[in-house]
Structure formats: C-alpha cells, structure tokens
Design a protein around this ligand. Structure first.
Ligand code: SF4
Ligand code: SF4
Length: 509
C-alpha cells in the first residue's frame, strides 16, 4: 500500500511524496490477479474544474430533461423529450418521429459514431475521460466517498482500520447516498418513456406498471455496482472502446503524455543531485500523478490501455511543478509527433534546448485528412437530416393487397381487388384526406363503411396524430394479368400529398 513521505526539493518548497503502489508500479502483471482497490487523491486544476462542469451539465441534462414541458397543442403530449412506446412515437421538442421515420434515429446514431471517431482522432479518449456515463457516475460516487471518508490517506487508513462505530457510520452514510443516487438514476430513466409528473405519482403510490419498477430496480443495481464497486474494471474489461481506439489514434492525436525526455532520470533528491553535479530530469518522483489517477496507473510507464485521458495527472503534476519552481507540462496533452521531435532535440542538444522549443501542436494537426473527412461526413448527414426534417410531409399512405383471394370475379363479370390502406395523420389536428386512384382507367373504389362515396376518389377523416386503417375495394369492368397503379393521398388544406404504388390483378389470359 502507498504511504506518504516528505522531502525538500531544489526549489526549496516542501512537497508530499507518495510511495508507488507495488502492484501498480509492477511491470509484470498476472492476467487473473485480484482487483487492487484504488483510492484516488483529490486534485485541483484546470482539467479537474472542466470535469466538474461537464459532470454538472451532463447530470443536469439527464435528470431535468423529462420535466421540461413543450406545448404541442391539445392532442399531443406536452413533454419536451418523450419516447412514447405505447403510441410508437419519439418526441424531441418540436420534432416528432414516427416508426416509419426511424431512419432519423439511425442517422443520429451514425452521427454519434462519426463524432466519437472525430473526437478520438483529435483528442484521444476525451469521451471516456469526461463524458462517458461510467466516468461521470464514478466521479460522483468518488466525490461522495471523499466527502464522508476524507481524502486518499484517510480512506486508506479507514480501509485498514478494524470495524468501529465511526467506520460503520461512515460506510453506511456512503452507501446510503450511493443508493439514493442509484435510485434517482434509474428513476429518471423511466420518465423519458411516459409523462413524468403522472408517472412519478403513479410510481410512489404503487400504481405504475410493473416494468417501471423492474427497470428502476435494474438501473439502480447496475449504477450502484458499476460506479461504487467495479469502477475502472468496467472500462478495462467490459468496454470495447479501449480496444477500438487504437485504430482511431495516429501520430497527430492529442493524448495525455509523460514527457520522459524532460522528466528522466527521475529523482527525489534534486537538491543533492544538483550539488553533486548529477544530470537528473524534472520528475521529482513524488507519485502525485499516480495517486490522483482514477484508473490506478502510472502514466510514466507510457501509453496504457487503462488510461481514459481524464488529464487529472496533468493537474497533479502541474501543481508539483509550481511548487518546485519548474515549468508546467511535464505531463501534458501532446501528439506523438510533437513528443518525438522534442525527444530527438533533447537527445541531440540537451533537455534545456528541448524545453525551450515551441510545442508543435497547431491547427494543421487538428485539420488533417481523416478529421476533415469525418467532419465532412458528420456535417453532410446532419444537414441532410435537417433539410429532410424541415421539408417532410406530415401525412403518409401505406397500401397492402389482400392475397387470399388475389381477386374476385363479380356476378356482372367485373373484377374486384381488396386492399388494406393505412392513412397516417402526423399532425395534432383532425384532418380530412382525399384518396384518389391514378393510372387505372375505368376503375372505381370505396372503403368498407363508405359505399356512398364510390367513385375514383373518396374522402376520409383521420384523428389527430393517428393512423386510420381502411379496407378498400377497387373494381374494374374487365381486367386480365397485372396492372400497376397508384393511390394518391392529398391533404386539401395544405396541398401536401403522398402516393403508394399498388398492383391490380385479374385472371391470366
Ligand atoms: S494516467 Fe492520467 S489521464 Fe490516464 S487515467 Fe490516469 S490520471 Fe487520467
Ligand atoms: S510526473 Fe510529476 S507528478 Fe508524477 S511523479 Fe513525476 S513530478 Fe510527480
């Protein structure tokens, strides 16, 4: 286990030193070793602040969104974001997606995938380090732990201490708050699938459907276990992304890097080394970067699968560099090409010359062929979806021919085909649509219950935001073989129209 020491540095300040965890600093690790509990230390700095902000925004969005109202008129739900499974609709503010428009959801998923590729190729696993739910919830759980049990050393002491009233009180408090967060997490999820205020009342009074309780139970359990106990193991062993990201990174991707050309050989005794004329690097081997790492790794060992690029080790090391009066950036967001250029300069002209060299990260590192292609693809899909969303008609017609029998010969010799016609009114008001035959000369039609409208067209009213299914009969005085024709659906109020291709069958010649 780690322990704290203190040492005086060349800069004259006193900085805590943390002995490396023997397991984490070991170079050889068993594939089946037991988990070593990690006690990440508190850290302050720019990246920590950024993570707090992102946590507040993402959790705020998750918990508050179902409670945002959006007026869609009297015949539609007023919840801004709603997956209405019963009526098979997805509402997102003013956008309403019907099942046959699922390609919009597919488009969004494709955009999310391309966006993830883009971000990874520019700034490595930023998704993992800042916005992944596993990271956000684990960070929240760790904050609770730190609040009740204290920082790293206090938690390590508590872990080793025998059971006492104080230990029991702290542990019960931590787990009670964790459970509350887990229930709130599961509870918020179900509000995306029904009217949130009504479901909340039904849920607490025991009137909600069983599936709501089961869903909350499963999500409570997974949140509590994943964020409270499994933590870094979810990222390392369960998530496929660490394996995929290797293919996404290249020499121009920004990744959290220990600049060993500047830090090595590391020494805890910089002052003595200076007095003895020894050439040592800037790393004072304080282990602060290891102590704050939520994955329990040592970034000085190089790039590792476990690193989620949360950059907390950058904050920790920058704080140490400030204390020992050395420039920041011993651990930094660096591209491989930048790192190699500095390492080459350090090998050739010395460490100081490399330190004085400008960093080479520039816009050309970000705007390179692959990132331009990702951005272009992402933008193209996004613009195409926006255009089609704004131009789409809010009515639809689907036609299905009844095949048993394919046609009927009536007593006067005419031929009748029967179709199931679905008229979709995707608007929040009652609509009267006209349905017309096109491309089938001499044919007439009517729908079951609407015989009085027999002719080449009929009108049918469709309730707001509903589908009306009609059994439609089409009759031709004579017909042989197969003829193609169309049903044309028109909203006479707006002029919007939709068509459905169909076939009319008669006896073979
Ligand atoms: S090594 Fe640094 S960036 Fe990587 S997970 Fe640990 S603290 Fe985060
Ligand atoms: S890299 Fe920085 S934080 Fe890590 S041990 Fe060296 S000086 Fe300390």
């Amino acid at each position: 286990m780690a322990k704290m020491n203190q040492d005086t540095y060349a800069g004259g300040g006193v900085v805590d030193q943390i002995e490396a965890d023997p397991v984490n600093s070991s170079t050889e690790r068993s594939l089946y070793e037991a988990r070593v509990k990690i006690f990440p230390a508190k850290v302050t700095g720019a990246f920590r602040r950024l993570k707090w902000w992102i946590m507040a925004v993402t959790l705020g969005i998750y918990w508050l969104t179902p409670w945002v109202r959006w007026d869609r008129g009297p015949n539609a739900p007023d919840q801004a974001v709603l997956v209405d499974l019963a009526n098979r609709r997805f509402y997102f503010f003013s956008i309403e997606i019907w099942p046959q428009e699922f390609y919009y959801v597919a488009g969004l998923l494709i955009m999310a995938g391309i966006g993830l590729f883009l971000i990874t190729s520019v700034v490595g696993r930023a998704w993992c380090g800042y916005t992944c739910p596993q990271t956000v919830w684990t960070d929240l759980y760790m904050a609770v732990e730190r609040w009740i049990e204290g920082d790293r050393n206090a938690r390590m002491r508590l872990e080793k201490a025998p059971w006492s009233f104080s230990k029991l009180r702290k542990r019960v408090s931590v787990h009670a708050i964790w459970l509350l967060i887990a229930v709130a997490t599961g509870g918020a999820w179900i509000f995306y699938f029904a009217d949130a205020p009504s479901l909340a009342i039904a849920f607490v009074t025991g009137q909600a459907p069983a599936v709501a309780y089961v869903t909350v139970g499963i999500l409570t359990f997974t949140t509590y276990v994943f964020a409270g106990f499994m933590r870094e193991q979810v990222c390392t062993y369960m998530c496929p992304w660490p394996r995929i990201q290797g293919a996404m990174l290249d020499e121009d991707s920004l990744i959290v890097t220990y600049n060993d050309w500047r830090g090595e050989p590391r020494s805890r005794h910089q002052k003595r080394a200076a007095q003895e004329g020894l050439d040592v690097g800037d790393c004072v081997d304080c282990n602060a970067c290891v102590a704050v790492c939520p994955m329990g790794i040592d970034i000085r060992d190089g790039q590792q699968l476990e690193c989620i690029t949360c950059a907390l080790c950058i904050d920790a090391c920058n704080n140490v560099m400030d204390k020992v009066d050395k420039p920041r950036g011993l651990i930094s967001y660096t591209t491989l090409s930048d790192y190699e250029a500095h390492a080459a300069t350090a090998a050739k002209n010395g460490r100081e010359a490399a330190k004085n060299e400008q960093r080479r990260v520039s816009i050309s590192h970000i705007a390179r062929p692959r990132t331009i292609i990702y951005t272009a693809l992402w933008s193209f899909i996004g613009i195409a979806m926006l255009v089609t969303l704004t131009m789409r008609d809010r009515l639809d017609i689907n036609v299905l021919l009844e095949r048993n029998p394919l046609f009927v010969t009536l007593s006067d010799g005419s031929i009748r085909n029967t179709y199931t016609v679905k008229l979709l009114n995707m608007q929040p008001e009652l609509k009267t649509f006209s349905v017309e035959l096109e491309g089938l000369p001499e044919a007439t039609m009517w729908f079951q219950g609407g015989e009085e409208q027999r002719g080449t067209s009929f009108e049918a009213a469709v309730q707001p935001d509903r589908v009306r299914e009609l059994r439609v009969f089409v009759v031709k005085p004579e017909a042989t073989g197969t003829e193609n024709f169309r049903f044309v659906l028109t909203d006479e109020g707006s002029g919007a129209a939709d068509t459905a291709e169909a076939q009319f069958h008669g006896p073979q010649q």
